[in-house]
Write a protein that binds this ligand. Structure first.
Ligand SMILES: Cc1cc2nc3c(=O)[nH]c(=O)nc-3n(C[C@H](O)[C@H](O)[C@H](O)COP(=O)(O)O)c2cc1C
Length: 208
């Protein structure tokens, strides 16, 4: 199949959304936990979580257009500053998917989708007890992306919680051991299978 820009623009609407949404490959599956200034918790699946930098430890994620739909995750983060990122694993992906249903701001997806709120070390935002890898985040800044009204939310890592068995002696996380999942498009979940560790190329160059 070859599709030019013109062909893509003329595709049937749903087909175009699906093919463009999955063309970049596997995206991480994460649940974003927040709490409103009124104390109502919120949980939403996001596939756009991305590493921004290690020092300081920064993570970004894209929030969909704000214009027509109210985005509880983003407004909670702006108001309360703290949020959590929780890996979706193979045991919880169906419930995690349901968090994308538009519940009202007074309804918590934790309850509706059968997840347990967990407040680790008095962190202000709720973690997902059923998740194996959890990151506590503090809002740093956001960038409006004018072309499609999306927002890049950037936060700094405050803490990480994960099983010792999932971390190698050099600090790498084995996502197969943690049963973390990946997403293609908006509906398709993948299990993760490690192929091999290769040497880090920058270190190799230094040896020469
Ligand atoms: C697989 C999947 C991935 C999604 N990824 C994102 C994302 O990266 N950013 C986003 O804003 N919404 C994403 N959504 C949609 C949100 O989960 C959905 O809009 C949810 O209702 C947002 O909840 P909120 O209003 O409580 O923030 C995704 C939905 C699915 C099913």
């Amino acid at each position: 199949m070859y599709l030019s820009k013109n062909d893509i623009e003329n595709l049937e609407f749903t087909f175009r959304i699906n093919i463009i949404n999955s063309i970049t490959g596997i995206k991480p599956a994460n649940l974003i936990g927040t709490i409103s200034d009124k104390g109502i918790t919120n949980l939403a699946i996001f596939s756009s979580v991305v590493h921004i930098g290690s020092n300081p430890a920064l993570i970004g994620m894209f929030s969909r257009p704000m214009k027509k739909v109210k985005r509880n995750t983003f407004s909670n983060i702006l108001k309360t500053q703290f949020y959590t990122i929780n890996h979706v694993n193979e045991n919880i992906y169906e419930g995690a998917h349901k968090t994308s249903i538009k519940y009202g701001k007074n309804i918590s997806e934790f309850k509706e989708c059968n997840f347990e709120e967990e407040y680790l070390n008095n962190f202000k935002a709720p973690f997902v007890r059923e998740s194996n890898i959890k990151i506590g985040m503090k809002y740093v800044e956001h960038k409006d992306i004018k072309i499609n009204n999306t927002v890049l939310i950037i936060g700094e890592v405050q803490n990480i919680t994960l099983p010792d068995s999932a971390v190698s002696s050099t600090g790498y996380i084995n996502l197969e051991n943690s049963k973390s999942t990946g997403i293609s498009g908006c509906n398709t979940y993948y299990a993760v299978k490690k192929i091999k560790d290769l040497s880090y190329i920058e270190n190799e160059l230094k040896k020469k």
